[in-house]
Design a protein around this ligand. Structure first.
Ligand SMILES: Nc1ncnc2c1ncn2[C@@H]1O[C@H](COP(=O)(O)OP(=O)(O)OP(=O)(O)O)[C@@H](O)[C@H]1O
Length: 808
């Protein structure tokens, strides 16, 4: 088998165990014979060393035997896992956790508390567990709540270079063996040339299987469960490029290769049509989390930055669980509408992979805590991703986990890491239960209807019995010539009349069959899920079943005895919250599909990337404003002084005139002249201050203008880099879009000629796809697209302007 080193953690395990054994042994000796001398220790060590060298092969064999024994016990006896747990200390545990942080994940939530369960940190895959059987039904044929573990599947990305020497898929279709040990001290097992494999037991290994099979094995029961009122989660997790998107969304250009989401939507709408006894309303949400921001990909304000986290918060309320406040919920009435929204969402930008990895590492921590019975606290709130997924990771939720892995040797370490994460997921306990929401007011209303219905049923039975009796009595009367009419009493008119019909088999049957709603409906009614955000799209009206047995004898309905209609509505909202948590580099091609308006983007830029320059601009504006105030104040003062000067001059002139005409000399004139001199001095001083402030204002204005120009130019660059495409990329995507469109058209034509069994669904798929592509092409206006600048300008911090001198 492979020339690969053994698994470090296993070696550690043996080394530690041996060390522990030796320590215990030494302790025992010490207690009897006292501490050994250093010489003795040295001799002993040397002896041990030589023995080790001499019998390395036999030791390896022994270790392998021990490992196998251990592994066997792990599989058979869960109690041993605790031993393994006790061996690892906290530090190692931490290291181990760090080592195995997953790469990324991609989640579909079909809508779902804290759970816990044992897990094994020895590096050994946990033993096979009882997996959730979503198909289990109760005696009424309905899905039954069933607690268990998360159902884990492994899907290989197809490859011609499958590493058969490292990876083995057992014929049971549930086991993946990995013959790879990192940091192995040896290359071969001397016994048979093979390493003992790390064995991973899962619900199903999906290798070279069609999308259809993946859907039917992974998701179908979750969707059926959701339609029966159980929350459901399907989560794909794996290394970049391992096939998460292919599994979840599939190829949007090919109906056959469509993934879980389009198939789930198809099934939902097919079931809605089938389940006529119930009323459904289907709503769709599409949430993306990146950089700790929540992005509503179906925001009503399309292309606007409104869809960014503004106003969206992960909330948690008792009785309501975790939900995203502000996330748009779109009612969809047809499969095509839903697909339209799905294709619309596709290719939205996701950046900041570091944050994604951070989220994922917290996701790993949450899973570890969920899977570890010793941990009381599950750190859901550390990131928006884990908080948003709180109700979806186990708990009251049918959770299915798909580990997407590569089959190539080059990716073996990541594959192992993903499989280990999958093993941990398997230890997360789930306890799905039908969503029941009991609204007292509605319950009363329903019970009142039930009472009314039962009364009416009783009335019908009595009427029928009366009719039957009447017919018999009439027959008897005609037979025996005795009139019994006088004795007949209408059951509706008398309450005393006993209902003898209960004893008659045929009427018993009538009681059963004549009930205008089935038992299932009754049960359904008691299980109504009422959701404040949903509006029933249609009220399913159930009609009484025709009473075939009695139809011959049944008289035409009399007023008051017409069939009654009971409005029992069984509402289950299947909300698909599709959370994309990983950035796919190729998605860059689609960045420019729906650029936000510049006005909206500018607001975001000022709060984010352009915050520094915007801050300086604001500071400068504030100073400018202050200087403006001062300028106004000084101008007023100058004018006041000027007015006073004018006034004083006028007074002096008056006095001079009086003096000239009357020949009188007024003492006041000297005072006025002094006052005029002071005023003129004040005027000069104020005017100078005014000029000085005016110069400051001009300077401030200049700085503000400069900042504004810098802010705008940086925004332009940022906007282009963030939302627009380089021309050559645009051409590529345009070509790609056209080719896809043509392909879709061809597919539609093919559909015309070769009707498929699920043709209408395929039509929905392709017409939604066509419409989306057309819309995307129309929204891309080449003229507004300019090439991305390879050398973006220096950060806004460099544009800082010299500060304005403070106002004196
Ligand atoms: N089972 C499969 N059958 C056929 N093609 C597949 C399969 N799995 C993956 N691929 C192909 O491999 C490529 C990468 O797959 P995909 O984009 O789904 O990976 P990913 O895990 O979503 O990557 P990322 O994390 O980067 O988004 C795609 O071209 C996809 O079509």
């Amino acid at each position: 088998m492979a020339d690969v080193p053994p698994e470090k953690s296993l070696d550690d395990f043996f080394a530690k165990r041996d060390k522990k054994k030796k320590k215990e042994k030494g302790k025992g000796k010490e207690s009897v014979a006292g501490p050994a001398s250093s010489a003795v220790k040295k001799n002993k060590k040397e002896k041990e060393k030589s023995t080790k060298n001499e019998s390395q092969d036999s030791q390896i064999e022994k270790e392998d035997e021990e490992w196998k024994e251990f592994e066997q016990k792990e599989v058979d006896y869960s109690g041993l896992r605790l031993q393994a747990l006790q061996i690892s200390d906290e530090k190692e545990e931490e290291e181990y956790e760090k080592e195995e942080v997953g790469e990324d994940g991609e989640i579909i939530l079909v809508s779902g508390d804290k759970v816990s369960g044992p897990w094994n940190k020895s590096g050994v895959a946990p033993p096979p567990v009882a997996l959730v059987d979503f198909t289990e039904k109760d005696e009424t044929g309905e899905m039954k709540a069933h607690s268990g573990q998360v159902a884990v599947f492994v899907r290989f990305r197809p490859t011609p270079n499958f590493a058969h020497s490292l990876i083995e898929c057992l014929p049971d279709g549930k086991t993946v063996n990995i013959y790879y040990r990192k940091d192995s001290r040896r290359l071969h097992n001397s016994k048979n040339g093979q390493l003992s494999p790390l064995s991973f037991q899962v619900e199903g290994v999906l290798q070279n299987v069609s999308q259809e099979e993946v859907y039917s094995r992974v998701c179908q029961q979750v969707v059926q469960g959701a339609l029966d009122g159980y929350n459901g989660t399907v989560m794909c997790f794996g290394q970049t490029g391992a096939g998460k998107t292919y599994t979840i969304t599939g190829s949007t250009g090919s109906y056959k290769q469509r993934g879980i989401i389009p198939r789930a939507l198809q099934e939902v709408f097919q079931e809605v049509v089938k389940r006529t006894e119930h009323s459904f309303s289907v709503h769709l949400s599409y949430l993306e989390i990146y950089n700790e921001s929540l992005v509503d990909l179906l925001s009503p304000v399309q292309g606007s930055s409104q869809q960014f986290s503004r106003g969206m918060v992960v909330m948690e309320e008792p009785g309501k669980g975790v939900f995203i406040r502000g996330l748009s919920l779109h009612p969809v009435h047809r499969e095509e509408d839903a697909l339209n929204l799905l294709f619309e969402s596709e290719g939205q930008i996701v950046k900041e992979a570091t944050y994604i990895n951070k989220s994922l590492s917290f996701l790993e921590q949450a899973i570890l805590a969920l899977a570890d019975s010793r941990r009381e606290h599950v750190p859901f709130r550390q990131t928006k991703l884990t908080h948003a997924l709180k109700d979806s990771l186990g708990g009251n939720c049918n959770t299915v986990f798909v580990a997407n892995i590569y089959g190539e040797a080059a990716q073996i370490e990541e594959t192992l890491s993903t499989l280990r994460f999958a093993s941990r997921m398997k230890c997360v306990r789930i306890d799905p239960a039908v969503n029941e929401h009991t609204d007292p007011a509605l319950q009363i209303k329903k019970l009142q209807k039930e009472v009314q219905m039962l009364k009416e049923e009783l009335s019908i039975c009595n009427t029928l019995e009366w009719d039957a009796r009447g017919t018999n009595e009439d027959a008897e009367a005609s037979m025996f010539g005795a009139s019994a009419q006088s004795q007949k009493q209408h059951p509706n008119l008398t309450k005393e009349k006993p209902i003898k019909s209960r004893d008659k088999p045929s009427q018993n049957k009538r009681q059963g069959e004549g009930i205008p709603f089935s038992r299932k409906q009754m049960e359904s009614a008691s299980k109504s899920k009422l959701n404040s955000v949903q509006t029933p799209e249609r009220q399913q009206v159930t009609q009484p079943e025709p009473d075939t047995e009695c139809s011959d004898t049944q008289e035409p309905q009399q007023p008051g005895n017409e069939p009654f209609y009971v409005e029992y509505v069984y509402e289950i909202t299947l909300v698909l919250n599709i959370t994309v948590v990983f950035y796919k580099p190729s998605s860059l091609l689609y960045v420019a599909r729906f650029p936000p308006s510049k006005a909206d983007a500018f607001e975001d830029f000022k709060l984010g990337k352009g915050s520094k320059i915007n801050c300086i601009l604001k500071e400068n504006k504030a100073v400018l404003l202050e200087r403006h105030g001062l300028l106004r104040q000084l101008a007023e003062e100058v004018n006041t002084v000027k007015r006073e000067i004018d006034c004083t001059v006028a007074t002096i002139q008056q006095h001079t005139a009086v003096q000239e005409t009357q020949g009188q000399f007024l003492d006041i004139e000297g005072e006025l002249l002094l006052q005029l001199r002071d005023l003129k001095a004040l005027y000069r001083q104020r005017r100078e201050a005014l000029y000085s402030i005016k110069a400051e204002v001009n300077y401030c204005q200049h700085l503000v203008d400069q900042c504004r120009v810098r802010l705008l130019s940086e925004f332009e660059t940022w906007y282009k880099n963030t939302f627009l495409l380089p021309e050559e990329e645009l051409e590529m995507t345009k070509d790609k879009t056209l080719a896809q469109e043509e392909n879709n058209q061809q597919c539609l034509e093919q559909l015309e000629n070769n009707p498929l069994s699920d043709r209408s669904s395929a039509e929905s798929f392709y017409s939604a796809r066509c419409r989306t592509l057309k819309r995307q092409r129309n929204t891309r206006v080449p003229s507004c697209v300019t090439p991305v600048q390879t050398n973006p300008p220096a950060g806004s911090g460099q544009g800082r302007l010299s500060p304005v001198p403070p106002v004196k």
